[in-house]
Design a protein around this ligand. Structure first.
Ligand code: SF4
Length: 167
């Protein structure tokens, strides 16, 4: 592997979220580390949802029927708040993220927590009422299946320790 890290584009100030905004990193030390990694050209940015063909802004979408792992088992879908099935776009975006991870031989990924694509530990339950379930997003699940160490933006200190231990 290389010393590069795959990262959710919205954590790098790119306004690619469903609501047309970015996702500012909350931890000061984490932000500092990401900025240093960025300057060293060690970050590979990806937004799986935009990469998969969705627009900015777009209606919010949630996993229905389970998390990202259930999605890859064919037990869950991704549905927008308007009732549109966007599973194909989520699948395409996840494959694109994996392709980038492999091409750059990243040693880890830092992804936005709770996103139906990027979430690493919990995702919304499909009710659009703000309820979380334990589980991961569609892209996070695929990357982990492929052996990539996935951290969320709430685990930046752990991500940093993991990456620095690998040089
Ligand atoms: Fe950010 Fe991932 Fe959502 Fe794109 S898909 S806006 S990178 S959380």
């Amino acid at each position: 592997t290389s010393n590069k890290v795959l990262v959710s584009a919205c954590l790098l100030g790119r306004e690619v979220r469903y609501d047309g905004k970015d996702s500012p990193v909350k931890s000061a030390s984490g932000l500092q580390w990401l900025a240093a990694m960025h300057r060293a050209q060690r970050l590979v940015a990806v937004c799986p949802e935009v990469g998969g063909g969705l627009s900015v802004p777009r209606p919010p979408a949630e996993l229905v029927g389970g998390d990202g792992l259930a999605f890859w088992r064919g037990q869950a879908r991704v549905i927008s708040v308007e009732g549109l099935d966007v599973s194909a776009e989520f699948e395409r975006g996840a494959c694109l993220a994996l392709e980038l991870a492999r091409r750059h031989q990243v040693c880890a990924a830092v992804l936005k927590a709770r996103s139906p694509s990027c979430g690493g530990a919990s995702v919304y339950d499909g009710s659009f009422e703000g309820r979380l379930i334990p589980g991961q997003g569609v892209t996070a699940a695929l990357l982990r299946w492929a052996g990539v160490a996935v951290f969320t933006d709430e685990e930046l200190d752990q991500a940093r320790a993991f990456v620095e231990a690998r040089g």
